[in-house]
Write a protein that binds this ligand. Sequence first.
Ligand SMILES: Nc1ncnc2c1ncn2[C@@H]1O[C@H](COP(=O)(O)OP(=O)(O)O)[C@@H](O)[C@H]1O
Ligand SMILES: [Mg+2]
Length: 358
Amino acid sequence: MNEIWTEKYRPRTLDDVVGQKHVSERLKAYVASRNMPHLMFTGPAGTGKTTCSLALAKEMFGGEWRGNFIELNASDERGIDVVRGKIKEFARTAPLGGAEFKIIFMDEADALTSDAQAALRRTMEKYSSICRFILSCNYSSKIIDPIQSRCAVFRFKPLSAEDVEAYLRKIVAQENIQIDDDAMKGLVMVARGDMRRAVNSLQVAASLGKKIDLDLIYQTIGMANPEIVKNILETALGGNFVKARDTLENVMIEYGLSGQDIIRQIHSTFFDLSLSDSEKVRLVDKTGEIEFRIVEGSNERIQLEALLAYLVMIGGNRRRRRSNALRILGSILSEASSRTSRDEHSSRTSLSLWSSLS
Ligand SMILES: Nc1ncnc2c1ncn2[C@@H]1O[C@H](COP(=O)(O)OP(=O)(O)O)[C@@H](O)[C@H]1O
Ligand SMILES: [Mg+2]
């Protein structure tokens, strides 16, 4: 009942892995030939690197897979020597069930310094007659060339929104959950192709309420509803500082957000506001400064209020410019109409400008 869904619903076979067809097809060919080179899996978190390694081992070794597969973390805080010790221990015994080799899955290989990678490379050489390595990392560029050139490299892509949604819908059906369409959309959006994140957020939301709506999703992931954030910024731009400040405070309490959480969200909301490019640039600059101050430990409430005040000022300039423009147009118009139809063209232009501004 308390099972973690990312484990419960982890695909067991290569065929069940979602997306990544370019990877799973080639891995299936290794299974068919009962052999494989060293592999390197690169790509963002939650896209199936560990899952594919486990499925590959199961299909390659069948019932004996546990004896022929070991999962190590390269960034083991006890150091590369501990990792090498474990590899030595594992490689000491022959593969089970008549297999030709064992598989060593090494997670976070890109966390190793280049000296540690050089040591890893020597270890790979030493045991390559009996072990195949699968190195998993986020960025292949952080892996030294001599290791890269010994591996077949597989690039995992962020999963598509359709794939994430289809996968979540299966879980929703099996777990008997009720979820709104826009809550589902929100989940998929914030996961940004990371299936682990999507499944974890769904599980947390499901533990909070039987019926999942968008607001619950945002509470789960520690984010305010973007519509509300946008609204706060627009209120400040419209000149209502007190209302903007009070709403912001309520939102932070309701969603349990820190100053840093909310400022990140404010920052990504600027681009949804109808502001000129130069206004956006000024706001981003100011937000960077304020974020820095909050990180450095300055009072976050004062800093957030300063940002809202800045928005009020930008909105104020905007309103002043607009009323100046309106005033000038007004005088052009009245002059033009006094000249009657002599200058009908200019009066028409002014009229259309007037209506677009008011
Ligand atoms: N391609 C995928 N297809 C289906 N589920 C996936 C996929 N990638 C990740 N998942 C889900 O996310 C969890 C974490 O995936 P994992 O393979 O450990 O990611 P990583 O790429 O970080 O190693 C899995 O248990 C599974 O539930
Ligand atoms: Mg992993």
